[in-house]
Design a binder for this molecule. Sequence first.
Ligand SMILES: C[S@@+](CC[C@H](N)C(=O)[O-])C[C@H]1O[C@@H](n2cnc3c(N)ncnc32)[C@H](O)[C@@H]1O
Length: 333
Amino acid sequence: MTASSNEPSRRLAAVPDVDPAPNPHATQEQVEAARTDTKLAQVLYHDWEAETYDDKWNISYDERCIDYARGRFDLVAGDQPLPYERALELGCGTGFFLLNLMQAGVAKTGSVTDLSPGMVKVALRNAEHLALPVDGRVADAETIPYEDNTFDLVVGHAVLHHIPDVEQSLREVLRVLKPGGRFVFAGEPTTVGDFYARWLGRITWEATTRATRLSALKSWRRPQSELDESSRAAALEAIVDLHTFDPADLEKIAESAGAVEVKARTEEFAAALLGWPLRTFEYAVPPEKLGFNWARFGFTSWKRLTWLDETILRHVVPRRYFYNAIITGVKPS
Ligand SMILES: C[S@@+](CC[C@H](N)C(=O)[O-])C[C@H]1O[C@@H](n2cnc3c(N)ncnc32)[C@H](O)[C@@H]1O
């Protein structure tokens, strides 16, 4: 971890100076308590999956994911001068979005934050391996522990739908942005997209776990303890996924938080219809069963369907039917 010149604020008394430690093995009692406490559920669920998250979601820090992150950013902010001097990521997970954006030349220095200590630990480790100038903190996106007017850019990927009060969080984003600074949040599920993705995932999981009970397919079955742990996690997942968005409503939330130049775009329709069954299948079988050819097949198909989405379907299918929403806005000068 490399500290950047501007130290995080110590002004907020409620924010502890020392970040809490990761807790990757939640007890049954903790899981029970998390049923009525969504933020505890976020911490338990994401601490549990932090060390395996990059593998589970096929996240890397090479050209493939650098292009993906930059592509999402450019869809809404591609016309902006680069690089931004100092960037913050909310709900960073393992650092997928900001670390790859920094590698793509979008920002010079970064701060990664997440509610889950396990995720911040992995994100900082990834940043160190990549030799990127990044610091990090455990932080709730509704009360960001940095001074006003600190960052030139705030980003997030797949995080807004986990935050109870999205408007409050965007108000905080605008507070820590410098005047004229921009935010970009990508990877948010649309309401329609989430509906078909969940059904496709459920059907694929059932079909795969039933088929691998057959003795001929026994070697394709993951150990029962891993499947049980996945089921426990899935119970928490239902608690941590709080929102889906209609793109027009998301724009209204950002404007009502005080942002200007607000614009929401959506992406992935055909790509999502293929992507969800593929990803669920990958997670339901032992990783060693699927080799390089499978990964290449998944990536090539996704690229082709994304081309179809962007060149044709985007012009004929309403934006709310696409799976992912991306939103950008600016803090008034
Ligand atoms: C779906 S993961 C996405 C992680 C990463 N951005 C990515 O795209 O790979 C959502 C992340 O948001 C974090 N999170 C959830 N609620 C949060 C909150 N209120 N404040 C900050 N982070 C939060 C979770 O701990 C988790 O790491």
